[in-house]
Write a protein that binds this ligand. Sequence first.
Ligand SMILES: C[S@@+](CC[C@H](N)C(=O)[O-])C[C@H]1O[C@@H](n2cnc3c(N)ncnc32)[C@H](O)[C@@H]1O
Length: 317
Amino acid sequence: MPTPAFRGRPAPNGNTRHRVARGSARNLRPRRAVRADRRKRYAGPVSADAATAWRDALDSWAIPQEILDAAPESPWGCPVELFARRADTPREPTPTDLRAKEALPDGGTVLDVGCGAGAASIGLAALASHVTGVDGSAGMLDAFRERAGAAGVAATTIEGMWPDAARRTPSADVVVCSHVVYNVPDAPPFARALTNHARRRVVVELMSVHPVSNLNDLWLRFHGLRRPTEPTADDYAAVVREMGIEASRADWVVRDWHGGFSRPEDLVAFVRRRICLTPDRDPEVWEAIRERVVERDGTFGLPPRPNVTLWWQGTAD
Ligand SMILES: C[S@@+](CC[C@H](N)C(=O)[O-])C[C@H]1O[C@@H](n2cnc3c(N)ncnc32)[C@H](O)[C@@H]1O
């Protein structure tokens, strides 16, 4: 265990299966007195239409200003290291990989929106003549270019936020967008721009529940704050349906570990940043998460969660 500062080890696990210890009830107990006004449970979106309900539900994840003001750094943001490892870790083809591959002609082109280091598209490189990565983060695009180069596929990167960046982005045979949509309150223009950039197919992957909802018990424990549980993949599917798009859907669980942090301290720092605590709280954060930490092939992470793949017909010429 390379963390003398934190007591105990994560649940050990073998090379091919995750063994995850369940968190104990003790871990879920709030650490200190809780202000009554923070204990309100989010009642769910009240909006009539699916797109507004999606936006309202995402808005409900806003962190109270006093917690943000006291946080030493922004709780948002995606570490390049995490997504680089995700892109580098070999895996059994997922439904997302398979649905993208079957629509991609030999020598076809791929557009990866919110590409990160390319976890959703670099695996298609052997079939493709060109991949384009769009991302708001320059660091992610560096990692994407590096991996496209190593895979021997021609690549273009476009720094910018989708759908604004769509105007500068060429269409492709297949458009993939993996683990991005929970960042996007205004879902219809985003999905529309994916659709009109795909000649053959759009493939969207998202978690079945909000990606940071696995930290909800920690918010309660450390801040006395009850976090929302919506929106979900069902809500996103409803938005797409409301747009008149006929999407197919696969629900699946991750069979392979898709990357994590190389040191438990880095996982703890990541979680601590996400829940707006200062570094001196790291031992307490470790204590709160250690029973659920998954260790595999020298990486440390929280248990993988169910995913949903949605795919539909593109409309680009
Ligand atoms: C959770 S990561 C997923 C990365 C990669 N697709 C994967 O599956 O590993 C989300 C990525 O989307 C990018 N991103 C989020 N919203 C975006 C937007 N509206 N336009 C472009 N990139 C966006 C972030 O910078 C980040 O690299």
